[in-house]
Structure formats: structure tokens, C-alpha cells
Design a protein around this ligand. Structure first.
Ligand code: NAD
Ligand code: UDP
Length: 321
């Protein structure tokens, strides 16, 4: 099997790429290294089934891909995902999710390949319906710091829908809820990488607002298993499926839990809540259970234990150098 993974040097893309290679896939990894790290793919560089293309998916010219044939699966992940990065690169984020998605759908058409698009729970905005099922249409705004991400993901979904309905391109859309592991860059700015790094380095742990806002965190292994399953089971039907862990927690409780599990005495400090920060987020996953027989298996406590242990070992190696 031959697959293309866009965003392959990213947090999720690199783990997905490793897994595909382990299973015997040939993988063409595409990334412009804007928020990704090439070293995440280091162990694969010499592998005969691995090819890396440094390219922007939204660019009209992708000469290296034009000559490729026989691709059966496209995992389209390329897009900044952390608010820190998509707000630093709003126009690039819009381009990746709109033009980039169109570009990859064109390739899917040419190759007669299946395409899995990683959308996001952000399409629900600051939801007024709780928990969120795929039918919920969202509470979003075009005007604000998160719009470049939310709205471009929504338009990316529309592209998938149109290519599926007009030309029968086999697509599936995964709406991912917050995913984590120690593979997040520690300067990524997302809440778990921030809080764990702060707890382990005796820095104050930053909670934005009063910490009453909630999120539902899914461990990376569960998310990747869900993506693979969607490609296998759902990519013929243009399905939209939530992938997330329904265990919901407030950010203040998350900070307390991380502090306890890390055995840290870092103080918790409060910082202003970013504009338009969603107040609550929790997936309904009935559809994933029904269509994919998928449900998360790693509890938040177990996932955090793994994450803390792995960050601790990296930090102690860095300290020893
Ligand atoms: P990430 O920032 O770690 O990885 C994204 C990768 O895409 C990076 O390697 C980056 O360099 C690359 N990229 C960005 N723009 C590109 C472009 N124009 N051309 C080529 N490469 C480009 O993010 P992640 O957490 O791995 O997220 C992967 C995908 O999953 C994203 O589409 C994101 O929106 C989606 N998602 C992730 C989460 C999550 O919690 N991790 C939640 C919802 C949705
Ligand atoms: N957050 C926080 N402290 C941090 C980073 C984030 O309290 O150091 C909050 C943020 O305001 C949001 C939640 O944690 O309410 C999740 O933020 P993240 O950036 O991880 O993801 P997203 O907002 O996209 O869900």
C-alpha cells in the first residue's frame, strides 16, 4: 500500500507515519516544517519505504507529487493546530485548510485514492449545545482570533463534501477533539504541554481565566487508532465523525491533577482568558462507536502518567547535557 501523509512532521502526522511504515506501507511524507520538526522523522529517513517532500500543500505547484503514482490513501493533516501557531500564521492556516485541502482532493481524484481530512472540534466554536454531536452546526464567528482556524476547517470540510458529492471522491472527515502526549513540542503552547513542562520545572502553572472552562482530552494512541479505522471503514461514504474522549475536565482541575501526578509544588497562577476561548467541549462519540466500533481506551490519568514520565526523561537528559 502507498499512502501520502501531509503534516507528517507534526505531532500527530509523525506518529501516524511511523505506524504506517511499521505496517508495511510506503509513505510519502509532505510537510513545510512550519510548526513541525524534521527530527521527529529522523529514525525513518533511511527507510526504503519512506520519502520526505518539503512542500507547502497550498502551493499550486507540487512538482514532486505530480509524478507519483499508485497512491491509495491520503491522510491530510497539514495545518497549524495550536492557537499559538495558527494565530501567529493566520493566512497560512487559511491557505493550508482551504487551498491545501482542494489540492489534496485533486490528487485523490487523479489517483483514485481515499482521503481522510483532519478537521476539528473547533468547527463547533463556543458550543451552545453540550455535548457536541456531528449534527450540531456550531456557534462560530468569522471575526476573531480563532476564526482563521475554525472557518478554514469548515471550508475544508465543504471542499471534501463537494468532491465527494460531485465526483465520488472517497473522503472521510475526522473532527478531532484535543489530543495529547509527550510528543507535543514543549513550546507548542497547548495546555497539556505547558502545564506538564511547568510542573516538572517548578515554574508557575498558568491557568487562563478562572479555569472553569472544560476540555475533553484524548491520548494520541486512541486518536491515531481512530484515524486508521476511519480510513478503513468510513472513507467511502463522506462520513463526518467525532474522535475524542468524552471524559470532560475543567482546566483548573486538569492543572491540579497534573501537579499531583507530577509530584510538583508549582503554584497555580491565573492569566487572562484569551478572546473567544470556548467555555466547554465534549464529544458525543455514538457515531464512532456505531460505525467504527471505536472508543478511547486510555484514561486521562493513565495518559497523563505516560506523558509526565516521558517529558521527565527528556528534561533530565537535557539537564545532564
Ligand atoms: P502540528 O502543528 O503538530 O502538525 C501540523 C503539521 O503540518 C506540522 O508539521 C506543520 O509543519 C505542517 N504544515 C502546516 N501547514 C502546512 C502546509 N501549508 N503545507 C505542508 N505542511 C504544513 O499539529 P497536530 O496536532 O499534529 O495536528 C495535525 C492535524 O490535526 C491538524 O490539521 C489539526 O488541525 C488537526 N487537529 C489536531 C488536534 C490535536 O489536538 N492535536 C485537534 C483537532 C484537530
Ligand atoms: N490554557 C490554559 N493554560 C495554558 C494553555 C492553555 O489555561 O497554559 C487553556 C486555554 O485557554 C483553553 C484550554 O486550556 O481554555 C485548552 O487550550 P489549548 O490551547 O490546549 O487548546 P484549545 O483552546 O484549542 O482547545
Amino acid at each position: 500500500m502507498k499512502a501520502v501523509v501531509t503534516g507528517a512532521a507534526g505531532f500527530l502526522g509523525s506518529e501516524l507515519t511511523r505506524q504506517l511504515i511499521r505496517e508495511g506501507y510506503q509513505v510519502i511524507a509532505i510537510d513545510n516544517l512550519s510548526t513541525g520538526l524534521r527530527e521527529r522523522l529522523q529514525e525513518l529517513e533511511a527507510h526504503p519505504s519512506f520519502q520526505f517532500i518539503n512542500a507547502d500543500v497550498s502551493s499550486p505547484e507540487m512538482a514532486d507529487l505530480e509524478n507519483v503514482q499508485g497512491v491509495e490513501e491520503i491522510y491530510h493533516l497539514a495545518s497549524p493546530a495550536s492557537p499559538r501557531f495558527y494565530q501567529a500564521y493566520p493566512l497560512e492556516t487559511i491557505a493550508a485548510n482551504t487551498l491545501g485541502t482542494k489540492r489534496m482532493l485533486d490528487f485523490a481524484r487523479t489517483w483514485n485514492a481515499k482521503l481522510l481530512y483532519t478537521s476539528t472540534s473547533e468547527v463547533y466554536g463556543d458550543p451552545e449545545v453540550h455535548p457536541q454531536s456531528e449534527e450540531y452546526r456550531g456557534h462560530v464567528t468569522t471575526m476573531g482570533p480563532r476564526a482563521c482556524y475554525d472557518e478554514s476547517k469548515r471550508l475544508g470540510e465543504v471542499y471534501c463534501y463537494e468532491y465527494y458529492s460531485r465526483w465520488g471522491v472517497r473522503v472521510a472527515i475526522a473532527r478531532l477533539f484535543n489530543t495529547y502526549s509527550a510528543a507535543l513540542r514543549n513550546d507548542d503552547g497547548r495546555v497539556i504541554s505547558n502545564l506538564v513542562t511547568q510542573a516538572l520545572t517548578s515554574q508557575p502553572m498558568t491557568v487562563y481565566g478562572d479555569g472553569s472552562q472544560t476540555r475533553s482530552f484524548c491520548y494520541i494512541d486512541d486518536t491515531i487508532r481512530g484515524l486508521r479505522s476511519m480510513m478503513r471503514e468510513a472513507a467511502a461514504d463522506g462520513e463526518v465523525i467525532n474522535l475524542g474522549n468524552p471524559g470532560e475536565i475543567s482546566i483548573l482541575d486538569l492543572a491540579r491533577l497534573i501537579r499531583k501526578l507530577a509530584g510538583s509544588d508549582s503554584p497555580i497562577i491565573f492569566r487572562p482568558l484569551p478572546k473567544d476561548d470556548p467555555k466547554q467541549r465534549n464529544p458525543r462519540i455514538d457515531k464512532a462507536i456505531k460505525l467504527l466500533n471505536w472508543r478511547p481506551s486510555v484514561t486521562l490519568e493513565e495518559g497523563l502518567r505516560r506523558t509526565i514520565a516521558a517529558y521527565r526523561s527528556v528534561l533530565s537528559k537535557e539537564g545532564a547535557e
